[in-house]
Design a protein around this ligand. Structure first.
Ligand code: PNS
Length: 157
């Protein structure tokens, strides 16, 4: 079974990586799909994000990395994937995630959203938190893969 793990990944964090590493044990293939969103001004370009994800998932052999534009369900159909994988951190994630899962189900009844509880050491972690800490000069080495940490250092120098 193929699962799509869609997201912004701007940038990928250790929390995302945790979901990918556990997802590949559950599915034959996990496609990490970076949304190319024209409404957002990202910290890193889609190409850079793809490279970042590629570098930190090299130890996993059933991961594919790709970008997409448009509806996640359309992209999933294209990739013949019936599962959308998402991480759930805290209760406040639940409302948005449930709404998204229900919306996606109305768009394509053949899709199932599977939630993995984010490991508790990353339950507070988000890309926004990483960017905020980095912006004020705090250390983020315990929050993101090493290659991403280097990219963020370069970004702010
Ligand atoms: O990492 P994020 O920003 O929480 O990911 C959100 C994402 C990309 C999964 C979501 O915004 C999405 O699926 N966008 C694509 C547009 C879409 O399919 N919308 C309908 C479902 S709400």
């Amino acid at each position: 079974m193929i699962a799509i793990y869609p997201g912004s990944f701007d940038p990928i964090t250790l929390g995302h990586l945790d979901i990918i590493e556990r997802g590949v044990k559950l599915f034959d293939r996990v496609i990490v799909a970076v949304l190319s969103n024209p409404n957002k001004t990202p910290m890193f370009s889609v190409e850079k994000r793809l490279q970042q994800i590629h570098l930190c998932t090299q130890h996993l052999n059933n991961v594919e990395i790709d970008s997409f534009w448009g509806l996640t369900t359309e992209y999933a159909k294209l990739k013949k994937a019936n599962v959308l994988l998402r991480g759930l951190r805290v209760l406040s994630d639940f409302e948005k995630e449930l709404q998204m899962a229900h919306t996606n189900k109305t768009l394509w009844s053949g899709v199932e959203t599977v939630f993995l509880a984010t490991s508790k050491e990353y339950s507070f972690l988000s890309s926004s938190v990483v960017k905020e800490i980095a912006q004020f000069g705090g250390s983020i080495t315990h929050l993101v893969p090493e290659n991403v940490s280097r990219d963020i250092t370069v970004y702010y120098t």
